[in-house]
Ligand binder design. Structure first.
Ligand code: NAP
Length: 458
């Protein structure tokens, strides 16, 4: 009866995870998807708690209480802008748990393990260990505790590859001769070091791609744990996590027109890549708030293009309020959303949804680009790289080929940013020097708040 209940709850959990993932693939169903996945996790926990091998609940309940307190506190107090580093920390914990389960299973069996179990166990410990340190380094870089720029040294890729091959070599040896305890811990140690070396040459802004790759590793480590523990829900959830993380990394790379190998080994964002853009000639034209307010108030169509600066300024509510004010005056307002605007997938969608911007007003790159020639004013709110025309016009640019929002085709462009700061790529943006563009300096939230009043008075 007990086994029947466990199997049933695991089956339900697996179905809910799949439905949850499906829901997450669209902004309108994302919230429901999240709730389904949460419910699935609850079923998986209940099923696991029924396991007959559990001798005492003391440690499990202590873990549940501590974990719930930490999770609730993170949910309440971590701001949306800190979501990438929060995710990095969660991956580190998850991967560390997988590695610890693998190590304890190895020690429990005293090295007397059959080849198939040892393959899964070694895979789990190796991936778990490298994901732990890799994610922790991603966290400290993203949190700004250490410099976010890539750290490189001569022969780095060769050294990293040699280290990885040695680790894999020991892993294969252990499958054949599983009883060698010291070698097992050498493999763990090398994997921990490799995790750090893997993330060291990657800049903060490429970190979301790496995070989703590490997420993929953590998922595969959990799937391997499932094989070791003969736990079906871990195998299914781990595999889903592993492959969805990998697909997400590929999609993000595609939206930046970069390959995974370029992200991992290209040290993007270092002084060299920034210098490759060269100097931009000309001057940036500053415009007054009143001029822009008049343009907006009498426009037929306005397109807002949000970027990372909107997230740091937390300006999404002010954007929505300005849109309301304009719509009341009969202006058509649309939002152009670039797939990699901000610092994580769906960053802009989440922020605008939080400000109750209707999903029907959000337009993807392919939908909004043909609309720019008929747009009176394109308002760029803290976006930079995603509107950089060099990606389209300059084949020598490091971001050449990256699809962009073609705001420079609008009749007029207003860029809201604090000063002359560059985007994540560190490149100069020729858009800011074009005749069609006017610069309005200041924190985006502050500028937008003042703009709402100016439009009301226009
Ligand atoms: P961006 O290129 O990073 O530019 C952001 C701009 O916002 C900066 O130029 C900055 O200029 C301005 N800014 C910062 N704080 C501001 C504030 N409080 N008020 C007003 N402006 C502010 O941003 P993006 O155009 O969104 O491009 C995203 C970049 O991240 C892309 O290169 C993309 O490839 C990369 N990336 C994204 C993802 C993802 O999943 N979304 C993943 C990996 C990489 P000032 O300093 O002058 O204000």
């Amino acid at each position: 009866m007990q086994t029947y209940f466990i199997e049933l709850s695991y089956l339900l959990a697996s179905v809910l995870f799949i439905l949850g993932l499906k829901g997450l693939s669209h902004p309108e169903t994302a919230k429901r998807g999240m709730h389904l996945a949460e419910f699935g996790m609850l079923m998986a926990i209940i099923g696991t708690l029924m396991h007959h091998e559990i001798i005492t609940y003391t440690w499990i309940l202590s873990g549940l209480v501590v974990g719930s307190i930490v999770g609730l506190a993170m949910g309440f107090w971590v701001p949306m802008t800190a979501m990438p580093q929060r995710t990095a920390l969660s991956h580190a914990f998850g991967a560390f748990a997988a590695a610890l389960v693998g190590i304890s299973e190895y020690l429990r069996h005293d090295g007397k393990i059959d080849k198939i179990t040892m393959s899964a166990l070694g895979f789990e410990v190796m991936l778990g260990a490298l994901t732990t340190t890799g994610s922790l380094l991603a966290f400290v870089k993203l949190q700004g505790l250490v410099r976010g720029t890539p750290v490189t040294f001569k022969g780095q890729n060769v050294f990293n590859m040699a280290l990885l091959l040695t680790t894999i070599g020991i892993f294969i040896y252990l499958i054949v001769v599983p009883g060698s305890l010291p070698l097992f811990f050498v493999m763990v140690g090398l994997a921990l070091v490799f995790g750090l070396l893997l993330v060291m040459p990657i800049g903060s802004a490429d970190m979301p791609v790496v995070m989703s790759l590490l997420n993929s590793y953590a998922g595969l480590a959990s799937a391997a744990t499932g094989f070791v523990l003969n736990n079906k829900v871990l195998i299914i959830a781990g595999t889903l996590d592993g492959f969805s993380g990998f697909i997400l990394s590929v999609l993000m790379c595609r939206a930046m027109n970069r390959s995974i190998t370029n992200v991992l080994f290209g040290a993007f964002g270092s002084a060299d890549t920034a210098a490759a853009s060269g100097m931009q000639q000309g001057v940036m034209r500053e415009v007054s708030l009143e001029d822009i307010a008049t343009q907006l108030a009498y426009a037929r169509q306005v397109v807002f293009v949000p970027g990372y600066g909107m997230a740091t300024a937390q300006a999404q509510h002010a954007v929505r309020e300005l849109a309301n004010t304009l719509e009341k005056r009969g202006v058509t307002v649309k939002y152009g959303i670039h797939p990699v605007a901000g610092r994580m997938p769906g960053h802009m969608n989440v922020l605008l949804a939080e400000a109750n911007v209707p999903y029907s007003s959000l337009y993807e790159l392919e939908q909004i680009n043909p609309e720019f020639p008929n747009t009176d004013v394109a308002v760029v709110i803290g976006a930079n790289d995603v509107v950089n025309p060099d990606a389209r016009d300059n084949p020598n640019s490091p971001i050449a080929g990256m699809p962009i929002l073609e705001v420079d085709h609008a009749k007029s462009v207003v860029v809201l940013k604090r000063g002359q700061g560059k985007g994540f790529s560190g490149l100069e943006n020729p858009l800011f020097f074009k005749d069609v563009t006017g610069m309005l300096y200041g924190d985006a939230k502050d500028t937008l708040t003042r703009m709402i009043q100016a439009v009301q008075q226009a």
